[in-house]
Design a protein around this ligand. Structure first.
Ligand code: UDP
Length: 325
């Protein structure tokens, strides 16, 4: 396709979201004409403040469940609420955004011949029996649980895209994104990194769900965006790729790291573990290393420091400081 040689148009759905907006900034820096689509269900226009200053960025307020009206050579599909609090607040919207959104993209790609890079998720593995998770693992998902609207929606979206590849020879690339954090995370999305940072910065107790021994693997946002960009630019990506940082930490360890970075010693309070909360999660990134040379570079302490600095800056300019969740 010769991407990058002249100014080509790309579309980012979910452009006003945490990942979508970082991706928009990266694509603008790489010299693309970028169209952003967002229905602002969970997105925040403030995330596009930098992009809005570029004459090469164009924002459409619209819904990925509707037929696309934009021509782009590559479509990055990042439209979907992604934190458990957000995606469970309107499960129907979450499921339909994933599934109908994928159907719309495939219809569009069939007519226009564009490339799709689709944001799937480690949630397709559910509460995994295999650890770390390889792309060959089929997952362990409760189809009627609280997380199902997201997990099953994302699984069905993968099915839609893979069938488009198989049946119509579409160019659809699937990335399974593991926990990612960084500047611009919403204060109130209920995610563990944002909760812990906001709590510690407000001098409030840190809320540990369950024993706090459950693990996640946190990837700094610039590392993830690098991986996504490489996936888009690669000549071909045949199978889903895990993208995430393979360093696993427990939530207790994360709480300690957050206290260190904020310089606040706060109490830890226990809260019930949410239903179907995965006990362990860690990506096996062997495939992504081989396919695109993916190698996360930002250690947790450094990424948390940058995220902390961004939170402090944003809290300073908020009219009132965010309440602890
Ligand atoms: N978690 C926690 N305290 C919080 C928010 C989350 O202990 O205030 C836990 C949650 O139960 C889960 C982990 O942190 O085990 C990651 O949660 P998050 O919502 O960030 O993402 P996900 O569960 O989708 O990986």
């Amino acid at each position: 396709m010769g991407l990058g040689s002249t100014r080509k148009t790309v579309l980012v759905t979910g452009a006003a979201g945490f990942l979508g907006s970082h991706l928009v900034d990266r694509l603008l820096a790489e010299g693309f004409e970028v169209v952003g689509l967002d229905n602002l269900m969970t997105g925040d226009l403030g995330n596009l403040a930098d992009a809005g200053r570029s004459r090469h960025f164009h924002l459409e307020i619209g819904d990925v469940r509707e037929p696309l009206r934009v021509y782009a050579e590559v479509i990055f599909n990042f439209a979907c609420p992604a934190s458990p609090v957000h995606y469970q607040s309107d499960p129907y919207a979450t499921l339909t955004t994933s599934v109908l959104g994928a159907v719309r993209l495939v219809e569009h790609a069939r007519l226009r011949g564009c490339r799709i890079v689709h944001a799937s998720t480690s949630e397709v593995y559910g509460d995994p029996d295999e650890h770390p998770q390889r792309e060959t693992y089929w997952g362990h998902v409760n189809p009627i649980g609280d997380r199902a609207c997201y997990d099953e929606g994302k699984r069905a979206a993968e099915t839609v895209l893979r069938d488009a590849v198989r049946v119509h020879n579409a160019d659809a690339r699937i990335v399974r994104i593991f926990n990612t954090y960084g500047p611009r995370m919403s204060f109130n999305d209920g995610r563990v990194v944002s909760n812990f940072l906001v709590q510690a910065l407000n001098g409030q107790p840190i809320t540990l769900y369950g024993t706090g021994e459950q693990s996640r693997s946190f990837c700094y946002v610039s590392d993830l965006i690098e991986g996504i960009f490489r996936v888009a630019m690669a000549p071909a990506i045949e199978t889903p790729l895990n993208l995430g940082n393979p360093v696993e930490v427990t939530m207790i360890e994360l709480a300690r790291a957050v206290m260190q970075v904020t310089g606040r010693e706060v109490e830890l309070v226990r809260k019930p573990l949410p239903a179907d909360d995965p006990r362990r999660r860690c990506p096996d990134i062997t495939r992504a290393r081989a396919a695109i040379g993916f190698e996360p570079a930002v250690p947790l302490a450094e990424g948390l420091q940058r995220t902390h600095d961004n939170f402090v800056e944003r809290m300073r300019y908020s009219l009132r400081p965010p309440a602890g969740p």
